[in-house]
Design a protein around this ligand. Structure first.
Ligand code: HEC
Length: 136
C-alpha cells in the first residue's frame, strides 16, 4: 500500500519534471513574471504576456508543435518570427506579432529568471489548516 503510494508519487514527480523540461514547454505568465521581465521588456503587463502567448500558440502551432520560448535566445526570436512569416507565408497582424515577440523574449533562454525558476514549487501554507492538523 505504502509502496504503491511511493511509486505513484515517484511516477507523478517524473511526469511533472518531464512536462516542464519538455522542449515545447510554453509557460503561462504569472504576476511574478511581470517584475522579472521589466529590465528587458519595460512596461510589459501580465495581460499583454497572456495575449502574446495566445497569439503565439494560435498562429504558430498549425505546422509543427510550438517551440518552447526557452529554446532560443531573446535576440533570436524576432528574426525567427520574421523568417516564418516570410518563408511560410503566414499572415500575422502587427499588434499580434509585437505581443507574440515580447512574450517569446520574456520567456527566452536569456531572459532574467525567477529566483526559484523551475526548481522549487512554493506551496503557500495556510495558518488555520496547519494548526488544525496539529490538534487532531
Ligand atoms: C506553414 C507552416 C508553418 C507555420 C504556420 C509556422 N512554421 Fe515554423 N517551421 C515550419 C517548417 C516547415 C520548419 C522547418 C524548417 C524550415 O522549413 O524552415 C519550421 C521551423 C521552425 C523553427 C525552427 C528553427 C528554424 O529556423 O528552422 C522555429 C523556431 C519556428 N519554426 C518557429 C515558428 C513560429 C514562431 C511560428 C509562428 C510565427 C511558426 N514557426 C509557424 C513551418 C511553419
Amino acid at each position: 500500500m505504502i509502496g504503491r503510494l511511493v511509486l505513484g508519487s515517484a511516477v507523478l514527480g517524473a511526469v511533472l519534471v518531464l512536462a516542464c523540461a519538455h522542449a515545447g514547454f510554453v509557460p503561462q505568465p504569472t504576476v511574478a513574471d511581470v517584475d522579472r521581465v521589466q529590465p528587458i521588456e519595460p512596461g510589459l503587463t501580465l495581460a499583454e504576456m497572456q495575449q502574446g502567448r495566445a497569439f503565439y500558440v494560435q498562429r504558430c502551432s498549425s505546422c509543427h508543435p510550438v517551440h518552447g520560448p526557452g529554446e532560443y535566445r531573446g535576440d533570436q526570436w524576432p528574426g525567427l518570427v520574421e523568417k516564418m512569416k516570410r518563408e511560410k507565408k503566414i499572415r500575422i497582424p502587427e499588434h499580434e506579432q509585437v505581443l507574440m515577440e515580447r512574450y517569446l523574449v520574456a520567456f527566452s533562454s536569456t531572459a532574467p529568471k525567477l529566483p526559484d525558476a523551475g526548481v522549487n514549487v512554493v506551496v503557500p501554507t495556510i495558518e488555520g489548516s496547519s494548526s488544525a492538523a496539529a490538534t487532531r
